[in-house]
Ligand binder design. Structure first.
Ligand SMILES: Cc1ncc(COP(=O)(O)O)c(C=O)c1O
Length: 383
């Protein structure tokens, strides 16, 4: 059996052709493909505005800037995420405050968040960054209620969840990133994600003011919009009004994004089929425990489960060419975050989850034969 990774991009001849077409065109960056990608992504998610950027981390940083995080501002997020979800707060000098996960869903536990908020004077916390971990949407309606009560903003980290949704209290589907409850949401187009641009990211919002800020921060803080400029010397004129960055995406990447997005639903369907097969084969097995609860709308970026003897299993799988992965090492235990006083024992659910979790191969190109081999290898290990 050839190597089986935990995640993998899916590139077709059509994807290659659209990239080649851009390379042969007049614009390889700052051309028409960026807006096309933004518009088609906004339509896919069901949101008003989308701003394409260099990667998901840049998207998070832009959101932190747009929400005006300042040194000392406290922002809440989960320890079970990629470090970037927290780092964006630090880029602006803010303080990251973690809240433990729910041991059943592995998502940030709203009760823990509420405990933090209710035990401090109002105004202590500025915002919250919930993460749709593994592709399971956070119930943002519930977070919006909390946010309104405590005057917080919400940045949804939806990197794992394009195409995912939760059902609101009226039973309506709320797509991850649609910003009906969050102020801003972000996505990543790294190759292991649902769709890829090589590297790429997107911010979504329904707020025009935030949208304009994002456009400006993405491009050095520069605007060419005559309505926003203080002066106007002529057709060449622009103004740098904020300290922004070069977080632009290219037309080459955006063309790939547009092409990939056309197959997003197909890929999502395949991910759900793969999850269903794993679910069935692990049913009743005492050595495995998965994300449990209402699974409607799970986008299955990752298929995460907890295993007994995980460390021995992962080694065994590697010897059999199966490259399962651990998502994630709790962020509060990273040496960088320990300097702020976070330590072992702070978040028992996250730390226990980390001891057992494993992401099994999950990507549209995973063949039936490969998945059967993965399942059989795990069964042989335990039985
Ligand atoms: C939850 C989460 N947030 C943020 C990021 C950052 O995205 P990128 O790698 O595109 O910078 C990732 C990507 O790995 C992620 O998984």
């Amino acid at each position: 059996m050839t190597n089986i990774p935990y995640g993998k991009h899916n590139i077709t001849e059509e994807d290659i052709q659209v990239v080649v077409n851009v390379l042969k065109s007049d614009f390889i960056t700052q051309g028409p493909k960026i807006k096309e990608f933004e518009d088609s992504f906004a339509q896919y998610i069901g949101v008003k505005y989308a701003v394409a950027v260099a990667n998901g981390t840049a998207a998070l940083h832009l959101c932190a800037l747009a929400m005006n995080i300042n040194p000392g501002d406290k922002v809440i997020t989960t320890p079970i995420t990629f470090a970037a979800s927290a780092n964006c707060v630090r880029y602006c000098g803010g303080d990251v405050v973690f809240a433990d996960i729910d041991p059943e869903t592995y998502l940030i536990d709203i009760n823990e968040v509420e405990k933090l908020l209710s035990s401090a004077p109002k105004g202590t916390y500025k915002g919250i960054i919930p993460v749709d971990f593994a592709g399971w949407s956070v119930n943002l309606e519930a977070y919006r209620d909390l946010a309104d009560e405590y005057d917080l903003w919400i940045i949804e980290d939806a990197c794992h969840a394009p195409g995912g949704y939760f059902k609101d209290s009226d039973g309506f589907k709320q797509n991850c990133g649609n910003c009906n409850y969050a102020d801003l949401a972000i996505f990543s187009f790294h190759p292991v994600k649902h769709i890829t641009c090589g590297e790429g990211g997107m911010v979504t919002t329904n707020n025009e003011e935030l949208y304009k800020k994002l456009l400006m921060f993405r491009n050095h803080g520069i605007t060419k919009d005559p309505e926003m400029m203080k002066k106007n010397h002529g057709s060449w004129y622009y103004e740098m009004q904020e300290l922004g960055f070069n977080y632009r995406i290219t037309d080459i990447q955006s063309a790939l994004g547009v092409s990939q997005l056309k197959r997003a639903d197909e890929g999502l369907k395949r991910r759900k089929e793969i999850a269903e097969i794993y679910n069935k084969s692990f049913e009743g097995k005492s050595y495995v425990k998965g994300q449990s609860g209402v699974m409607d709308g799970h986008a299955y970026h990752l298929y995460v489960v907890e295993f007994e003897k995980r460390d021995v299993l992962i080694q065994h799988l590697r010897e059999k060419n199966i490259f399962a992965q651990v998502h994630y090492i709790p962020v509060h235990l990273m040496p960088y975050y320990r300097q702020f006083g976070w330590k072992n024992g702070d978040f028992p659910n996250a730390e226990k989850y980390y001891m057992h979790c494993l992401s099994l191969p999950m990507y549209p190109g995973l063949s039936e034969e490969e998945q059967t081999y993965v399942i059989k290898t795990i069964e042989d290990f335990y039985e």
